[in-house]
Design a protein. Structure first.
Length: 176
């Protein structure tokens, strides 16, 4: 078995990435504290060609040395925008016609495996919350629904970067 070198992976250049079609999915980061988590979400968003990332509240923005450590250049390829508040970001998305889903454990949440929105006809925004408190309580009345990642252990949450990876992969599979 031979490991494939980067030169043979036929990856897009940053210029080609910016011109390429994106999945109509915007990732919203609600007050994320860890710059490493932010960088990881950039990298995952690049891997699956998410449309954009909205960075909200205390979420750090590029250029940032700590974000760069995990993003590995994805801050140059993935378009991003900063909002002072997540509610402002969500209200902006609603005006643009996006369906907005929190990734959160709430009453009547949709199990990720059962999430079947017709993605071909809808633009989707996924709101990921703070490492301690999750999606802000004041944001919850502004969303269209909530998606929950099934978990079977003793812990009741996953790291935001892990959650984003799982959800982005599951959503991307519905498009590919």
């Amino acid at each position: 078995m031979r490991k494939i070198p980067n030169s043979e992976l036929n990856r897009l250049s940053i210029e080609d990435f910016k011109k390429a079609d994106k999945l109509p999915v915007i990732i919203v980061l609600d007050n994320i504290r860890s710059q490493h988590n932010i960088g990881s979400v950039f990298r995952t968003s690049d891997a699956f060609r998410m449309e954009k990332i909205f960075l909200c509240g205390i979420t750090a923005t590029p250029p940032n040395r700590e974000i760069h450590k995990t993003a590995l250049g994805a801050t140059e390829s993935v378009e991003w925008k900063y909002f002072d508040s997540t509610i402002d970001a969500v209200d902006h998305l609603r005006k643009e016609g996006y369906k907005i889903f929190a990734i959160e454990q709430v009453e009547n949440s949709i199990n990720l495996e059962d999430f079947n929105l017709n993605l071909q006809d809808n633009k989707v925004a996924l709101v990921f919350g703070n490492e301690i408190d999750g999606v802000s309580e004041e944001v919850m009345p502004h969303i269209d629904g909530s998606i929950e990642i099934p978990q079977f252990g003793t812990k009741h949450s996953l790291n935001i970067a892990v959650s984003a990876g799982i959800v982005i992969w599951e959503i991307a599979k519905k498009y590919f």
